[in-house]
Ligand binder design. Structure first.
Ligand code: 13P
Length: 284
């Protein structure tokens, strides 16, 4: 069944764990992620369809596939539109049956980001969807597919976070506390002090973007300070491509169906690893 993320993230906030939000672009990625959730013990999961992957799959196809896979696996799945700056695409996703959207106004001035997010919330909430908003922005690391190399880290201002959530009515807030989109060039420098201050100012579930490559211990530190949803994209892609390349060398020219089946497993393994990291260990 497709659901919005409100119940999932509220339960995670109370239980002090995080729900995995994994980026998907085709049948293999979606199937791999849903199977991981099932194998991990019927965990709730968010399949995040990035607005940038619209040439890989239409919104209607993503919706049909997510419905069928979640019904087949019997796990609650949230079909979420990830990082969307364009409100027309958001409204088309709502019409297509998505259960959640992210309006990304993080590059805009505070007031404009807040006003646009408010308008998206009004429509999405009337249709039963959850809405994620973003304040502050992430830098881009290696192999990032989310932004551009020009993206610079702008930490979320804790003094503004509470006001932003109140003005917009967003159900969850993506924060910038030192993670990057893509792979780290050095050791991650996560500002747990900023995260704690945001948590104190802001009652809604907090979202950590740039999950790829963040060590398990750091993830646990973030969960203990209020992170309830963690996004992973790059590592799914890097791992599936590297392992596909190995398989192509080993088996010379496998049948395409053999390669596609193996790719489901490559995706599932990465999702399972992170679902394990996201279990959390309780309060600080
Ligand atoms: P990574 O590509 O760094 O895992 O980040 C994914 C993400 O934040 C998607 O919104």
């Amino acid at each position: 069944m497709l659901v919005n993320f409100n119940r999932m993230l509220r339960d995670a906030q109370v239980g002090r764990y995080a729900v995995g939000s994994f980026n998907v672009y085709n049948y293999e990625t979606m199937k791999g992620v849903v199977e991981a959730a099932r194998e991990a013990g019927d965990k709730p999961v968010i399949v995040a369809f990035g607005a940038k992957y619209l040439s890989n799959m239409s919104l209607d196809d993503a919706h049909a596939l997510a419905c069928s896979l979640s019904d087949g696996a019997g796990v609650p799945v949230c079909l979420h539109l990830d990082h969307c700056k364009d409100t027309d695409t958001i409204y088309r996703a709502i019409r297509a049956g998505f259960t959640s959207v992210m309006y990304d106004g993080s590059a805009l001035p505070f007031g404009q980001n807040a006003d646009n997010t408010r308008r998206v919330c009004d429509v999405a909430h009337a249709c039963g969807l959850s809405v994620e908003a973003e304040l502050g922005s992430l830098a881009a690391g290696d192999a990032s597919h989310e932004g551009t190399a020009a993206d610079r880290q702008v930490y979320t201002d804790p003094d503004k976070a509470g006001e932003f959530v109140e003005r917009t009515g967003a159900d969850a807030l993506a924060v910038s506390v030192g993670t990057v989109h893509g792979l780290y060039k050095g050791a991650p420098n996560i500002r747990l002090d900023i995260l704690e201050a945001i948590r104190a100012a802001c009652p809604v579930p907090l979202v950590l973007h740039g999950g790829s490559g963040v060590p398990a211990a750091t993830i646990r530190d973030c969960i203990a300070r209020g992170i309830c949803k963690i996004n992973v994209n790059t590592e799914i892609s890097v791992s599936a491509v590297e392992q596909s390349a190995r398989l192509l060398i080993q088996d010379k020219k496998p049948h395409f169906s053999v390669l596609a089946l193996a790719q489901q497993v490559f995706v599932k393994e990465v999702a399972l690893k992170y679902i394990g990291f996201f279990e959390g260990t309780g309060a600080i």
